[in-house]
Design a binder for this molecule. Structure first.
Ligand SMILES: Nc1nc(=O)c2c([nH]1)NC[C@@H]1CN(c3ccc(C(=O)N[C@@H](CCC(=O)O)C(=O)O)cc3)CN21
Ligand SMILES: O=c1ccn([C@H]2C[C@H](O)[C@@H](COP(=O)(O)O)O2)c(=O)[nH]1
Length: 343
């Protein structure tokens, strides 16, 4: 009914998982075999899109059991800016252990801080993107420029001279991109600039893995009180990664809407390299033989204030939320299946 979930508007509770299965079928039919850094070949398709109407349910896999608690642990770890696999484990999420400790390239990286370190990935960039501003102290407006930067929270670090010998003031700020998005949903919801991203070129070489889900754009409609999300994923492991990425994207959208007074609506999921690892084929073929169940529902624990109900803006819940505050309701699923992760 809905080819790759792209048509969208006629989506029903049953078709939420169907669009994932259609994408698997498309990659099986049209993908090409490719090699990659992991040594495990993939069937890959360049470019794909899935689109979910979240009023019809939550995009959790039903053709096998989604490790929901683990996925929410990962999301909460990102929300808190964690960079250590032990912190993720303490939230019930073990999916970062191998990337932290089993990849020879990362083990030999001089930026790795020790066992379980992952480097400044996802959450660090979301909550504390390191930003520097240089002000040319010979510019006639340098005082106004400095004042403006300081009003935005930039702190002077030192003065230095550029290659031409001009004195420059260096300022620093850790940018909380996610908090800025939430603040902008409150102050300027029709803005088309409410986005955060993880692709920090200056630090890609300091990370265990450069970000896969890297651009999140929120789109609010103050008239309908609906909030939508466009998410771009440069490289997506359809067997293991996509089920987590779908659940976490939809949960993040729900949380952002809850804290700013919007109901989640469209979740559009763009993929650059959509791939299936060779050793995931049996797991996916089994799922294609199973009939999907209706999509479950997501609710948030009542202890998290809904802005629409209380009128109180409580952005601190971005950090305070716990994995168990995300509650999956009416989740019917087929038995568990799993497959190895390519490291
Ligand atoms: N090759 C690869 N694929 C990925 O999807 C991936 C990476 N690497 N590295 C970093 C993160 C970690 N993510 C992962 C890694 C493993 C699972 C996984 O093994 N999922 C199991 C259940 C795990 C559990 O019970 O916690 C599954 O069956 O879905 C999921 C997401 C997504 N990412
Ligand atoms: O959230 C995630 C994180 C990772 N992945 C997958 C996508 C690829 O299979 C690997 C990353 O390898 P690269 O060589 O850096 O592309 O991990 C995912 O699907 N979702």
């Amino acid at each position: 009914m809905i080819a790759n979930g792209i048509m969208g508007t006629s989506m029903t509770r049953g078709s939420i998982v169907q669009s994932y299965l259609d994408l698997i079928r498309t990659v099986l039919a049209q993908g090409t075999w490719q090699s990659n850094r992991t040594g495990i070949r993939t069937l890959s398709l360049p470019g794909a899109m899935l689109r979910f109407d979240l009023t019809q349910g939550f995009p959790a896999l039903t053709t096998r059991k989604l490790a929901f608690r683990s996925a929410m642990g990962e999301l909460v770890g990102f929300l808190r800016g964690y960079r250590n696999a032990a912190n993720f484990r303490s939230l019930g999420c073990r999916v970062w252990d191998q990337n932290a400790n089993d990849n020879a390239l990362w083990l030999n990286n001089p930026f790795r801080l020790g066992v379980d370190d992952l480097g400044p990935l996802y959450g660090v960039q979301w909550r504390a993107w390191p930003a520097y501003k240089e002000i040319d102290l010979t510019h006639p407006q340098h005082e106004a420029q400095t004042q403006r930067a300081q009003a935005q929270g930039f702190q002077p670090l030192c003065t230095l001279s550029d290659p031409a010998g001009h004195p420059r003031l260096l300022l620093y700020k850790a940018i909380d991109q996610l908090r800025s998005c939430l603040d902008t949903l409150m102050s300027d919801p029709t803005s088309r600039r409410i986005l955060f991203h993880g692709w920090n070129w200056a630090q890609l070489d300091e990370m265990a893995l450069p970000p896969c889900h890297l651009l999140y754009q929120f789109l609010a409609n103050p008239e309908t009180r609906e909030l939508s999300l466009c998410l771009y994923i440069r490289s997506n492991d359809l067997g293991l990664g996509a089920p987590f990425n779908l659940a976490e994207g939809a949960a993040l959208l729900t949380l952002m809407g809850h804290l700013s007074g919007y109901r989640p609506r469209w979740f559009t999921y763009f993929i650059g390299d959509a791939h299936i690892y060779e050793n995931h084929l049996p797991m996916l073929e089994t799922q294609l033989k199973r009939a999907p169940y209706p999509a479950p529902r997501l609710s948030l624990s009542p202890r998290i204030p809904s802005y629409a109900e209380t009128g109180q803006y409580t952005p601190e819940w971005l950090e305070q939320i716990q994995p168990e505050d995300f509650i999956l309701e009416a989740y019917q699923h087929h038995p568990s299946l799993t497959a190895p992760m390519a490291v």
